[in-house]
Design a protein around this ligand. Structure first.
Ligand SMILES: Nc1ncnc2c1ncn2[C@@H]1O[C@H](COP(=O)(O)OP(=O)(O)OP(=O)(O)O)[C@@H](O)[C@H]1O
Ligand SMILES: [Mg+2]
Length: 236
């Protein structure tokens, strides 16, 4: 656990759109420490989602280095990367991406089943996680029967149930009202912020800035600065 949890160094990533080539990352660099909730902010199109995709290994990049918990992503094959992601990373998105035909407890069981857990023990752990986020009375409900904030709590439970070391969140509060957004961040801090782990969170939502340990600013494919002392943002 020495050194940073995440290192991104001078990463370049382009997309080709027919004839045009879009440079989405133009030498982006950042580091995240163990135990840190790091927020990434910046204007639409500046490369935030692209950066998250590079860090979780779902998007190949042309230049630079990315290392996650000391593992150099460039050295990993596809199969190894998929296993690494399944073991170590949990995802939370703006659109909660729950499976509509599965109940709450079944949705939260999915990451455990993928890791070879028996159905019975997966459902028991999923139910315990849902109790913890205040949804113990909704275990058999389907996503469509839940409010937006409740659906996001199910999505958070699914992302955290296998205790991943890295939690990646892309606009997790964008479709929530202020109270539900606040509750979401409280939950993330309680459940995901831990000495051996790391949370990366992209947001446009300044209402949740006080929950960050540190905030970095992106602009036009690069990390351009940081709020070096966000402690003044911490709410009373
Ligand atoms: N799959 C893709 N194919 C082509 N271009 C892409 C692709 N994904 C992203 N881009 C382009 O790369 C740039 C960065 O996109 P990205 O989604 O990372 O921005 P963002 O900062 O997450 O924006 P937002 O805040 O709107 O979500 C944009 O110009 C976008 O159009
Ligand atoms: Mg985005």
């Amino acid at each position: 656990m020495s050194g940073p949890a995440i290192v991104v160094r001078e990463v370049v990533k382009s997309f080709s759109n027919g004839d045009a080539r879009v440079l989405a990352l133009k030498g982006a660099s950042l580091e995240a420490a163990f135990g840190e909730l790091l927020m990434i902010v910046g204007p639409s199109g500046c490369g935030k989602t692209t950066l998250l995709s590079v860090i979780c290994g779902t998007l190949a990049f042309e230049e630079g280095e990315v290392s996650v918990f000391g593992h150099d992503l460039r050295g990993m094959g596809n199969g190894e990367m998929t296993r690494f992601r399944r073991e170590n990373i949990g995802f939370i998105f703006q659109q909660f991406n729950l499976i509509p035909t599965l109940t709450t407890v079944e949705n939260v069981s999915v990451p455990l089943l993928l890791r070879g857990c028996s159905k019975k023990s997966a459902q028991a752990r999923a139910a315990a996680m849902l109790e913890k986020v205040g949804l113990g009375d909704k275990l058999r409900a389907y996503p469509a029967q839940l409010s937006g904030g409740q659906q996001q709590r199910v999505a958070i439970s699914r992302a955290l149930v296998h205790e991943p070391r890295l939690v990646i969140c892309d606009e997790p509060t964008a479709s929530l009202d202020a109270a539900a957004g606040h509750r979401t961040l409280e939950l993330l801090r309680e459940s995901a912020v831990h000495p051996g782990r790391c949370v990366l969170l992209v947001t446009h939502d300044s209402r949740i800035y006080p929950f960050a340990d540190r905030i970095v600013q992106m602009d036009d494919g690069r990390v351009t600065g940081q709020f070096s002392d966000p402690s003044h943002l911490h709410h009373a």
